[in-house]
Structures are given as C-alpha cells and as structure tokens.
Design a protein around this ligand. Structure first.
Ligand code: C5P
Length: 231
C-alpha cells in the first residue's frame, strides 16, 4: 500500500542532555534522523516525506538531506511548541492521499515489514498503530506507595508509526485543535472521535532515542544489523 509519511523532527535535546536537537546527534558518524529518512527513502511504497523542523535548523537539515541523497523529501513544515503542533503543521501541508503515516524522526530502527502492515491496515480500517507488549510488571503509585498493580495482559507500549486514512487524521487533528485537546499520540485524537484503532505488533528495537542510554542501545542495534548483513 502506498503512503505519505509525516516525520516530526522539531524536538529538543533536553532529555538527551544534549545542547542541540537530539536528532542531529550521530551514531557511527551519521545523524540519527538520517537513519530514519533512509528507511523511507528505500521503501518503494513511500511516495513522499514531509518533515516538521525548527525554523533555525531547517538550513542544516536540508543540507544533510541532500548530502545523504534523500530525494523523497517533499516539504518542510514549521515545528510547533508541542509534538502535536508539529504534526498538525505537516498535515496542513500534505496533498490529499490515501494513507498517511506519522513517525517520530527519533525512531531510526523501524522495520519495513511493520510499516507495510500498518499501511495495509490503515487502508482497510482507517487507523493502525505500532506497539509492543509490556514486559515488566506495571504498578501505579500516588507518591512512592503503590496504589495498584495493573493487569499486564492487556497493556501495550505504543510506538510510531501510526497510520491513518488521510481524511480521518485530518478530521481528528482539526477537531482536537478546535477543542484545545492535546494527546500524547495521534491515535488519541482519532480515538476521541470514536473510531477504532488497531494495534500492529512491532518490535522492541523500534525505540525512541530519548535519553543518553538509548544511544548505547542504538549503537548495539546498528552493530548487530551490520553483523547480520555480513553473515
Ligand atoms: O520529545 P519526543 O522524544 O517525544 O519527540 C518525539 C518526536 O517528535 C521527535 O522526533 C521530535 O523531534 C518530534 N517533536 C517535534 N516537535 C516538538 C516536540 C517533538 O517535532 N515540539
């Protein structure tokens, strides 16, 4: 299934304890967001890539996009204060299409097979998001005293990509904006319209580069993938 991808890339380096946008940090000499872009550049089903960036970072990002031969970038939107604002800015720019994928530029290890399943499911039912099953025991605590141990069986850790029918995500984003509603992912905007959202089982390697320890994990993933290719 063909799709258009929206990549919010206008975050900061705060939790990464970096003095710049964490996406510009390098893993083995290549900026994190370039790994993400390369996945979509290589996927024949990806028709175009739209990036939300900070205005002051756009020249550098454009330069890197060119240097690494990413030819599918069709446009840049101005990133907003929150991730949801950045995504909305991109959604306002993209031309009408069948399926839209929203993917954190900070998740460089997404697998093409997952993307493909998400796009197929979004075309069929309107909304599908990537997730993995919770591995640990989850407890709720008001302060440091536990109030509840949550049943693990039905819990998922939600990732991106999140794939949607174009008209549905546009409608959901506009409705959220008009209501002043902020969600922590795009699926929440669709859920509040009462539309069912399907989870597609992804893998644990699709981690978001957020804190410094994620970079250690990221390097290990890249090393193991290079090793696999050599075998
Ligand atoms: O901050 P967090 O790690 O949750 O960000 C997820 C993705 O959203 C990252 O790719 C980041 O660059 C992007 N983002 C954005 N605009 C913001 C905040 C985050 O595009 N205001």
């Amino acid at each position: 299934m063909k799709y258009t991808v929206v990549l919010p890339a206008a975050g900061s380096g705060k939790r990464m304890k970096a003095d710049k946008n964490k996406l510009l940090l390098e893993l083995f000499g290549k900026p994190i967001f370039i790994y993400t872009l390369e996945v979509f550049q290589r996927d024949p089903n990806c028709e175009s890539i739209w990036l939300a960036v900070k205005e002051q970072e756009q020249p550098l990002i454009e330069e890197l996009v060119e240097e690494y031969g990413i030819t599918k970038v069709a446009g840049f939107a101005a990133g907003g204060a929150e991730r949801q604002d950045s995504v909305r800015a991109c959604l306002e720019m993209i031309p009408a299409c069948d399926v839209v994928l929203v993917h954190d530029a900070a998740r460089p290890f997404i697998e093409p097979a997952v993307i493909s399943r998400l796009a197929e499911e979004a075309a069929a039912s309107g909304a599908a998001i990537a997730g993995v099953r919770v591995k640990d025991t989850i407890k709720k605590a008001g302060s440091d005293i536990i109030t509840e141990t949550v049943e693990r069986e039905n819990l998922w850790i939600i990732q991106t990509p999140q794939a949607f029918d174009y008209a549905l995500i546009k409608k959901a984003a506009t409705a959220a904006f008009e209501a002043g509603y902020m969600g922590t992912d795009e699926a929440m905007l669709v859920e509040r319209l009462g539309h069912p959202v399907k989870i597609i089982e992804s893998n644990y390697e699709n981690v978001k580069m957020t804190t410094p320890d994620d970079l250690i994990y990221g390097r290990a993933i890249l090393e193991s993938r290079v090793q696999e290719e050599q075998e």
